[in-house]
Design a protein around this ligand. Sequence first.
Ligand SMILES: Cc1ncc(COP(=O)(O)O)c(C=O)c1O
Length: 420
Amino acid sequence: MTELNFHGRKTLPARGQPWNELQVAMSDMRGDDPDWRYGPPLNVYYAGEDVLDVARRAYAMFICEDALAPAAFPSLRRMQDDIVAISLSLLGGGDDAVGTMTSGGSESIVLAVRSAHRAFRARHPGVRRPHLLMPSSAHPAYDKAADLMGVDVVRVSIGGDYRASVDVLAQCISSETMMIVASAPSLPFGAIDPVEDIARLAREYEVWLHVDACVGGFLAPHVARFLPGLPRFDLSIPGVRSLSADLHKFGYAAKGASVLLYADAEDQEYQHFEYFDWPKGVYRTDTLSGTRPGGAVAAAWAVLHYLGESGYRALAQRVMHIRDRYIEGIERIPGLHLLGAPHLSVIAFGSDEYDIHLIGDAMQARGWPVSRLSNPAALHLTLTPGHDQSMDAYLSDLERAVHQRERGALRSQSRTVVAY
Ligand SMILES: Cc1ncc(COP(=O)(O)O)c(C=O)c1O
C-alpha cells in the first residue's frame, strides 16, 4: 500500500482509500501507544467516556469553523466570550479583567511575555536587554518566548520546599526585570509558588507578574472548595497582571484550548496585533495562530457546561483522593520519598538509596509510560481521574521494581530525560 518516490519518501496515494481501511491502518498505528485512559502519565486528562463524548461531538460540530474570524462565526465569538467569562469568575477576575482564548499553555505564555515586553519597552525605552526573572521550576515555554523576542531569561534557584524563593527572586530583581513568573503549580514538583509574596515584590518594583496556572487553573478553584489552606494565586491578588490556565488539562477539554487572562483590560492592549500595509486591508489577531480550530473552542465550551461546578468539584475530589492514595503507596515503599509537599495532583518522588531512574527503567519495561525529572533525579506523575483504575497495579509494580533494585537486578543504562 505504501508508495515511495525515488527519494524513498512516502507519496500521496495515487487513489483515495476508503475510510474503513484508513480506520484499520490508524488503529494499527495506535497499537504501541499507551492506554491513556487509565495509566499514568503523559499529558492526557481523561474524565470519563461521557465527557469525552461531549467534547468529541462538539468538536465535530464545529470542525470547519475558524475561530480567527469571530465576525464570520458569531457562534464561536459567543462561546469564546463565555469561556473567558467563566475562567475569570473561577480565577479571581475583577470588573476590569479580560481574557483571550488560545490554543494551549505555550501560546498563552508567549503572548503574555510579548504583552509584558511591549509594556516594559513603552515605559523603559532605554533598557537594552530586559530579562524575565523566574524560578528554575518554571516551564520552558518562557525560554521559548524569550528566544522569540530576543530577551534574556534569569532562572534562579528554588527553595528547599521546591517552591519559588521570594528571597532569591528579591536578590535578582533589577531595573532590567520586565517580568516575574510564578507557577500554580510548577510542572516538575506540583507545588504552588508563594504568589502573594511574589506579588508584593512585583508591586514594589513595578514589575509585571505572570502566574502560570496552566496545570492548576481549572483544578485548584474546585479543590479550594473542600480543601482549606490551598495557597492563593489568582487575579484577585494585587500585582498579578496576567494568568494562563489550560482548558485542555484539568478543564478536560479537547487539545487546543487555554486562556490568557489579564487583571486589567489596559494590559491586554499590548496583546493586539494589527497590520494594514498589504493589499487586503486590516489584518487583526489577538493570538499567535491565524486560523484557529473552531472545534477546540466548541469542545471547551461544551465540556465546561456539561460538567458545571458540581461536575468539576466531583472530579477534583476524585483526583485528590487518587493523589492521596498514590502518595501513601509511594511513601510506604522503603527508600522512596516524595519531593516537597505538592498542592494538587502533580507529584514527584525520588530516593536517597536507589538510582530512581533505574526504577523508572524497570517500570518502563513493565509497560508504564515514565515521566522523569533530571535535577533532582525523580519520577513524576500527573494524576487524573482515570488513574484510580491503574493505581494498585502501578504501586505493586513500583514495589517490585524497588525490590529488584535491592537485589541488584537492575543495571544502569544511559538515557536522556525528555520533558513533556
Ligand atoms: C506549568 C505549565 N506551563 C505551561 C505548559 C505548556 O502548555 P502546553 O503544552 O499546553 O503548551 C505546561 C505543559 O505541561 C505546564 O505544565
